[in-house]
Design a protein around this ligand. Structure first.
Ligand SMILES: Nc1ncnc2c1ncn2[C@@H]1O[C@H](COP(=O)(O)OP(=O)(O)OP(=O)(O)O)[C@@H](O)[C@H]1O
Ligand SMILES: [Mg+2]
Length: 278
C-alpha cells in the first residue's frame, strides 16, 4: 500500500500541493487530472523524490519515502520509475544503450561508465524493446525516432528498473492520437500483466476515463475529486477545471483535429490542447 499523508509543497509563498492525503493499493491504475498549475507534476515529483515535501509524509508499506537519504533513496528511485512528456532520452546514444541506462541504479557506477552491461542485461533490454514493439530500432540513435517511439523507449528503460510503481507525467501530451493510444495501451499492459501500480498525469479527460480505474482531480493544490470514471459527473468536472468554465468532454479529447498553427507548437513539445491554457 502506498500512502500520502497531508503532503504539502511550497515554493516560496506559493503552495503548489496543499495537504494531500490518499492511499493507492498495489496494482491500481490512477489518472491525475486538473488544469495547468493545479500541482499534478509537483505531486508526482514528490512521490519519486525529485522534489522534497515541505510537510506531511509519503509511505510505501513500512518505508517512509519522504525521509529517505543516500542509498535507500536511490533504491526507492529505482523502485519508482518515472517517464516524462519529453521522454528524457540521451538523443545521440543508440536506443539499446538508452534502455540499458535503466539498470544504472542496479550496479556500480564504474561498471556502468565502462559500458559493461552484462549479456543478461542486454537480453533483458532487447526483451523490453520487443514488448514495446520497437526492437528494430535498437541500434538507431534515440534522437532519430518519432515521438511515439521515443516514449516507448522511455517505457522500456523504466521496465529495466523492474519498478514497483511507474509514474508518468503527461506521457502523451506531445503525441498524435495514434501514438498516444499505443503508449497508453503499453502502460495499461504493464499495469495489468505485471501488477505494477501506474500513476499518470493526464490532460485529457477521455484518456483518463478510458484507461484509469481511478481518477484523482486536483485544483489549486488540493484533491477535489477521487473516484471512478463513472463518478466523474459534469459538476465534478466543473469543480476540477473551474466552476465558470464551459468544459465539454470533447475539448479535452485527444482525437480532436488540431489546427495548423497549434500543430507547430505540438512538434515543439508544447501541450497542444485547449485545456493547456486554462
Ligand atoms: N520549481 C518551482 N519553483 C517555483 N514554483 C513552482 C515550481 N514548480 C512548480 N511551481 C508552481 O507550483 C504550482 C504547481 O505546478 P505544477 O507544475 O505541479 O502544476 P501542474 O498541475 O503539473 O501544471 P501543468 O498542467 O501545467 O503541467 C504552479 O503554480 C507552479 O508555478
Ligand atoms: Mg505538470
Amino acid at each position: 500500500m502506498f500512502q500520502l499523508k497531508n503532503v504539502t509543497r511550497q515554493f516560496g509563498k506559493k503552495i503548489a500541493v496543499n495537504s494531500v492525503t490518499f492511499d493507492i493499493p498495489q496494482g491500481q491504475m490512477v489518472g491525475i487530472i486538473g488544469r495547468s498549475g493545479a500541482g499534478k507534476s509537483t505531486l508526482l515529483r514528490m512521490i519519486n523524490r525529485l522534489n522534497d515535501v515541505s510537510s506531511g509524509s509519503i509511505h510505501f508499506g513500512d518505508l517512509e519515502v519522504s525521509s529517505l537519504r543516500g542509498a535507500a533513496l536511490r533504491r526507492w528511485q529505482r523502485d519508482c520509475a518515472m517517464i516524462f512528456q519529453q521522454f528524457n532520452l540521451v538523443p545521440r546514444l543508440d536506443v539499446l544503450t538508452n534502455v540499458l541506462l535503466g539498470r544504472l541504479n542496479h550496479r556500480s557506477t564504474v561498471l556502468s561508465i565502462l559500458n559493461m552491461f552484462t549479456r543478461e542485461e542486454r537480453i533483458m533490454a532487447i526483451g523490453a524493446l520487443e514488448r514495446l514493439g520497437i526492437e528494430q530500432t535498437a541500434l538507431q540513435p534515440a534522437g532519430t525516432l518519432s515521438g511515439g517511439q521515443q516514449q516507448r523507449v522511455a517505457i522500456a528503460r523504466a521496465l529495466m528498473q523492474q519498478p514497483k510503481m511507474l509514474l508518468a507525467d503527461e506521457p502523451i501530451a506531445s503525441l498524435d492520437p495514434l501514438n498516444a493510444k499505443i503508449v497508453m495501451d503499453a502502460l495499461r499492459d504493464i499495469n495489468e500483466r505485471d501488477g505494477i501500480t501506474v500513476v499518470t498525469n493526464l490532460h485529457t479527460l477521455d484518456t483518463a476515463r478510458n484507461y484509469c480505474e481511478r481518477i484523482i482531480g486536483m485544483a489549486h493544490g488540493r484533491v477535489v475529486f477521487d473516484g471512478q470514471p463513472r463518478d466523474l459527473t459534469a459538476a465534478a468536472v466543473a469543480e476540477i477545471y473551474g466552476g465558470g468554465a464551459q468544459i465539454e468532454e470533447s475539448m479535452t479529447s485527444t482525437s480532436i483535429s488540431i489546427p495548423a498553427a497549434q500543430d507547430n507548437q505540438k512538434s515543439a513539445g508544447v501541450k497542444p490542447l485547449a485545456l493547456a491554457g486554462l
